[in-house]
Design a protein around this ligand. Structure first.
Ligand code: GSN
Length: 222
């Protein structure tokens, strides 16, 4: 039997959360190993587990993978969530990259100053730049690309839920995106992931931020 997938990251969302989402959508069970101390991180470095000294790191199929996008692409390829040909794949990647750009802006907020100004900017960009693209595409498509679920759809669900946490009602004028969200959420594996007690992580809190800073010996504020 194949080894279970192992995720090495903090007990928080960060860059690992999209990987958790994608594994969930692919119905792959995984175990988590949480980084809580600098010593654990130094041990991973010493063991040569982190090619660029960074997490996320995912153990899968006998490999220790790093780089979030590479990991997402591997999982998407393996579980048929990456389109049927290179033309579908490049479209999926375009949507996915846009969504990751937007989520990254939210992800870094707990480590930054002047959060209110940044939030205003994110809300504006979400409404003016990103959501209209998905609203238009979902007008006459059930999924973003190729008529079946891909990594882009999974990231869109994750992203829209993140946006709603920050800006309640942001999908008010994006009815197609809201319907898409409902369709995705009704899939059994995703529905379970959204229940309390699942491996989905909450919004970052002070403990998470403090742990990340300690593990990386991070002194600067972005
Ligand atoms: O997407 C990726 O996996 C990489 N391009 C970046 C990974 C990364 O920045 N990891 C951070 C922790 S997660 N938060 O952003 C990290 O390991 N930082 C430590 C360091 O010394 O860079």
């Amino acid at each position: 039997m194949a080894e279970r997938v192992k995720l090495h990251y903090f007990n928080g969302r960060g860059k690992m959360e999209s990987i958790r989402w994608l594994l969930t959508a692919a119905e792959v069970e995984f175990d988590e190993f949480h980084l809580t101390s600098r010593d654990q991180y130094l041990k991973m470095l010493e063991d040569g587990d982190l090619m660029f000294q960074q997490v996320p790191m995912v153990e899968i199929d006998g490999m220790k993978l790093i780089q979030t996008k590479a990991i997402l692409n591997y999982i998407a390829e393996k579980y048929n969530l990456h389109g049927k040909d290179i033309k579908e794949r490049v479209k999926i990647n375009m949507y996915a990259e846009g969504l990751m750009d937007l989520m990254e802006m939210i992800m870094v907020l707990p480590f930054t100053q002047d959060v209110k100004t940044k939030l205003d900017n994110i809300e504006k960009k979400a409404k003016d730049r990103y959501l209209p693209v998905f609203e238009e595409q979902l007008k006459d498509h059930v999924y973003l690309v190729g008529g079946r679920m891909s990594v882009a759809d999974v990231l869109l669900l994750e992203c829209t839920l993140m946006l709603e946490e920050k800006f309640a009602g942001i999908l008010k004028n994006f009815g197609n995106v809201k319907s898409f969200q409902g369709r995705m959420q009704s899939q059994p594996a995703i529905s379970r992931f959204l229940q309390p007690g699942s491996k989905r992580k909450p919004q970052p809190d002070d403990v998470y931020v403090k742990t990340v800073r300690e593990v990386f010996d991070l002194k600067i504020v972005l």
